[in-house]
Every structure is written in C-alpha cells, then in structure tokens.
Design a protein around this ligand. Structure first.
Ligand code: ADP
Ligand code: MG
Length: 432
C-alpha cells in the first residue's frame, strides 16, 4: 500500500514525501479512498494514528481537482474543538498543500480577529476553525459558509465533551445541505453515533483499530499512593528516572498551577497549560515543551486531545480521569507514530472505582506497583471524591472550580455544582 496507489495527485505526493511519510497509516489507507469518492465518512482510530492527513489529503485532492473561482469562497471547513488543535491542523493543511494552488486560513478565539477576518476577505479555500470564533465572525457578517462543499468535524468526541453541540447545530445550518461530511474521532460513544446520524449521509464507516484500546507500544503502570504523597512521588519518578520530557495531567486548573510551582521548587522546569491561560501563555508553554526548554508540562484535559507532541516519552496521570475515555486520550500522547512510551498513573484510594472502569474500558489489568516511602494510606476511604457534580461533559479542564480543587475533600452540593458546570461550559465556549 502506498500513497500513490490511493490515487492522490503528484503535488500531494510531493508534499507527503517532504513530510517524510512513507506509507499510509491504517486509518489513512481506509479513509482516503471513500473520501476521494465523495462519500460521507465516519472514521475512528486511536490518537496519533494520522487522522489529520486521513481527511486533509483527500480533501485537498478534491478541491484542487475542481475549478476554483476568482472570488474564493470557503469550500472546505474543518471544525476542531480547541485553539491548539486548530493551529496544528492548519499547520498540516499548509504543509500538505505546499505544492497546490490552495489557500487556507485558521480562526480561533483568544486572539485579535482582524488578521483572521482579513485572511477570509482575501479568499480562502480551506478554513480551519473553532466553533466560537467561527460563529462570531459569521454573526458580524465577515464570513460566509454558503459555498462549503466539504465539512470536517475533527475530534468529534471532544467537541461534544466541550459542550459545542448547539454551536455545531448552528454552524450546520449555515452550510448548504448538499455537501460532503467527514467525522473523525478517537473514540466512538453513543453520543457520537447519534451526532453522526444527524450530520452524515449514508456514511462509510471506517475503523483502524478496535475501539477504546490503548496503543500497544505504550507501557502502562499504576502506582498506588497516598493522596498527600503524590507530589513527592512524581518528583522522585522524574528525577530518579531522569525523565526529560514529561506530560502530567491533573484534574483541575488549580491543581495544575499548584503542581507546576512545586516542581519548580524541586528544580524541575515546568509550565502549566489549561483553559485559564492566555493564548500566548499556552502557545509559549507548548513550544518551550516541544523544544525541550521546559521539562514538564502540566495540563488539564483540554490539552489531552489532538495535540501533536512528537515522540513524547512520558505521560503521568497525577489524578486519573473519572471519564474513562479520557484515559485513552491522555496516554495517547505517548507512543505516537510507532514510538514507544510510558504512561504512569498515580492512584489514591478514592480513585479506585475510576481505575476499575478504565481497566474495563481498555480490557486489561494495568500492572500495579507501590514505591517504598510512598505507600497508599490504608485508612483512606475508597469513596470517590465528588468532582464538582461530575464531568457533565463540560470538559476543557474547566470542569472544577478552584475552590473545589483547593480542598479535595470538599463536597459541593449538587445544584450549585450544576450551575458551576454550566458556567464553566459557557466560559469554555467563549474562550474558544
Ligand atoms: P491523530 O489525529 O490520529 O491523533 P495526527 O494526525 O496528529 O494523529 O498524526 C500523528 C503524527 O503522525 C503526526 O506527527 C503526523 O505528522 C504523523 N503521521 C501522520 N501520517 C503519517 C504517515 N503516513 N507516516 C508517518 N507519520 C505520519
Ligand atoms: Mg487528531
């Protein structure tokens, strides 16, 4: 199987080989042909398996085959849930279209809209966008989607998690009903299938790997540990293991900030990345981390999906997620594109039930270890700590108030949690 045999144009093949890709990944091999045929496609594959090229390459092929007009309306819209992801997909679109006469642009919130609006005015064939900014510009009359031929929903599950369902429905109404629809996701939940029914037309469904399984190349380990000893343990693991590039997930933004400070005082360079950080800070943290200037990046789940950090060797779940699918996404940040990686989870007594659901989802028992001096607390309750009314699909790392994260034992009332989650959801949406 080669990219050439998939029927992609010479100019695309040139860009692909410049990127260093030799053979299509399994999801690319399965998704590219039906997309080229103009079919609606529902595609699922693990993180890091090259889904972006799976839709971008055939999309570019189709657009460059068909005549373009002088006035360049948006002909392809790629919707992504987060700014980072939008920027990343856009970077890929640019690279793959280097030898084509295709113009592209990216729009997302948190930055000045003027350059974005100007780019659209000049005319773009491919637009990569987050929902909030897209609707914003549309409402101001700065953007039309009336000529969209291909619509891509990337990281569809994350889109739902972040509460973008309404926005997606609104965006759908702005496009002509006759168009090609592509939906890509790492996991396929019931909600996703429901969403797919509403968007896709007799879709071809492709799947590269069994659902919700973790990449074989990732070695996984659980450390049972007392809650209060997690920071000490993570410092020990990083220092003694001489880990140089580590992504740590915390449940809350406040927790991320806290841990970042403690790592810094232990002499480990670290930066936090989450929804409360300005776009500038997020971009800086990510580039510092990628270049090796920053040894540890502490992130909430907003960073978990879609970020392409090549060859990341270590992922740590400082707290394990209460939504099991998030575990798959988080550890998918390591072992990318065939490289091996290590994912460790620090699990305290109250997280026992989350661990069980994760093990059920991934279909294996994760090897467990206890480190001397960092033993679990035998008297701690295994009752799960209430998490701000649960995930409630609000996602984006904004799911907990900082008050809650200060005291892990506080138990918020349900109605106030609901309000809080709604608030978080709105904030989340606005920030995108
Ligand atoms: P996903 O969206 O499935 O999580 P990405 O599209 O972000 O994954 O791709 C993950 C990484 O794999 C990127 O660094 C990308 O450049 C690389 N990649 C994609 N396709 C190929 C390929 N055919 N051969 C080698 N590397 C690839
Ligand atoms: Mg992706």
């Amino acid at each position: 199987m080669s990219f050439k045999s998939l029927g992609l144009s010479e100019n695309l093949l040139k860009a692909i080989s410049k990127k260093g890709y030799e053979t299509p990944s399994p999801i690319q091999a399965k998704a590219i042909p039906p997309v080229l045929e103009g079919k609606d496609v529902l595609a699922s594959a693990q993180t890091g398996t090259g889904k972006t090229a799976g839709f971008t390459l055939p999309l570019l092929h189709i657009l460059s085959e068909n005549p373009k007009e002088k006035f360049r309306p948006v002909r392809a819209l790629i919707l992504t849930p987060t700014r980072e992801l939008a920027a990343q997909v856009y970077a890929n679109v640019k690279e793959y279209s280097e030898f084509l006469e295709i113009r592209s642009a990216v729009i997302f919130g948190g930055v000045n809209q003027k350059p974005q609006a100007a780019a659209i005015r000049r005319g773009v064939d491919v637009l990569v966008a987050t929902p909030g900014r897209l609707l914003d510009l549309q409402n101001q009359g700065l953007l039309s989607l009336k000529r969209v031929e291909i619509f891509v929903l990337d990281e569809a599950d994350r889109m739902l998690d972040m509460g973008f369902l309404r926005d997606m429905e609104r965006i759908m109404k702005l496009m002509p009903p006759k168009r090609q629809n592509l939906m890509f996701s790492a996991t396929f939940s019931k909600d996703i299938r429901k969403l797919a029914n509403g968007i896709l037309n007799h879709p071809v469904q492709v799947e590269a790997t069994p659902e919700n399984t973790t990449v074989d190349a990732i070695s996984q380990k659980v450390y049972r540990v007392a809650k209060g000893k997690k920071t000490g343990l993570v410092i020990k693991l990083i220092s003694e293991g001489n880990w140089q590039q580590v992504l740590i997930f915390t449940r809350t933004k406040h927790g991320a900030n806290n841990l970042t400070k403690k790592l810094a005082s232990a002499g480990i360079t670290a930066a936090a990345i989450h929804g409360n950080k300005s776009q500038g800070a997020r971009t800086k943290a990510l580039s510092g981390f990628k270049s090796g200037k920053i040894r540890v990046m502490v992130a909430t789940d907003i960073a978990a999906r879609g970020l392409d950090i090549p060859l990341l060797p270590h992922v740590v779940n400082y707290e394990i997620p209460n939504i099991s699918e998030d575990y798959v996404h988080r550890i998918g940040r390591t072992g990318r594109a065939g490289a091996s990686g290590e994912a460790v989870s620090l699990v305290s007594a109250d997280e026992t039930s989350y661990l069980r659901s994760i093990e059920k989802l991934v279909g294996m028992k994760i090897p467990m270890e206890i480190i001397e001096g960092f033993e679990p607390d035998p008297n701690a309750s295994t009752e799960p700590v209430k998490q701000g009314g649960g995930r409630n699909r609000s996602g984006g790392g904004a799911r907990n108030s900082s008050k809650k994260s200060k005291s892990n034992d506080s138990k918020g009332g349900n109605s106030s949690n609901k309000k809080r989650n709604n608030r978080n959801r709105n904030r989340n949406k606005r920030s995108n």
